[in-house]
Design a protein around this ligand. Structure first.
Ligand code: MN3
Length: 202
């Protein structure tokens, strides 16, 4: 069964004014669809076909650039859409909030660390909040479509929150103002989904 482009679960204009409809339409319908198609093409007829995306990335030969780039792109964007929600954002609370405060000292300090990781990732990449098996959280960034599931990536763990900082994610609305886009992202985080991923991953 080939991978399918996941539904957003909300309208392209639902995240406005934080993320504009045109960016969402191109990002989901063109970029993510492209990663999905290219991943399926790269897997077709290989031993990897039929595995889950988590298993493929977790055991990845990092020299396999087609699967690294497109499998990462497929997984990363699927996570990204799910951790944003215009209507049911929830609040940062419970055991996830406790874990964040234990690691960073406060929620504001976590936001600063995450924003810094996103702002200082040179060129294209992602910022992540990850969790290890013991429930400890960490913040990091990765280049291109790499992510913390992949072998040898400097930050390891299961990503529970991710922010795309490729220019295609923000350039139409924010041009070179990546920090403004990062700030806006915090307005649309779906904390219920991040907490669900945390509980499932730790
Ligand atoms: Mn993208």
């Amino acid at each position: 069964m080939a991978f399918q482009l996941p539904e957003l679960g909300y309208a392209y204009d639902a995240l406005e004014p934080n993320i504009d409809a045109r960016t969402m339409e191109i990002h989901h319908g063109k970029h993510h669809q492209g990663y999905t198609n290219n991943l399926n093409n790269a897997l077709a007829g290989t031993d990897l076909e039929g595995n889950s995306i988590e298993a493929i990335l977790g055991n990845l030969d990092m020299d396999n650039k087609a699967v690294r780039n497109n499998g990462g792109g497929f997984y990363n964007h699927s996570l990204f859409w799910s951790v944003m929600n215009p209507s049911d954002k929830g609040t940062l609370s419970g055991e996830l909030k406790t874990a964040i405060e234990a690691q960073f000292g406060s929620v504001d300090a976590f936001k600063d660390a995450f924003s810094k990781a996103a702002a200082t990732q040179f060129g294209s990449g992602w910022a992540w909040l990850c969790v290890d098996k013991g429930g400890k959280v960490s913040v990091c960034s990765t280049p291109n479509q790499d992510n913390p599931l992949m072998p040898g990536v400097t930050c390891q763990g299961t990503p529970v929150l991710g922010l795309d900082v490729w220019e295609h994610a923000y350039y139409l609305n924010y041009q070179n103002r990546r920090p403004d886009y990062i700030n806006a992202f915090f307005n649309v985080i779906n904390w219920n989904e991040v907490a669900r991923r945390y509980a499932e991953s730790k």
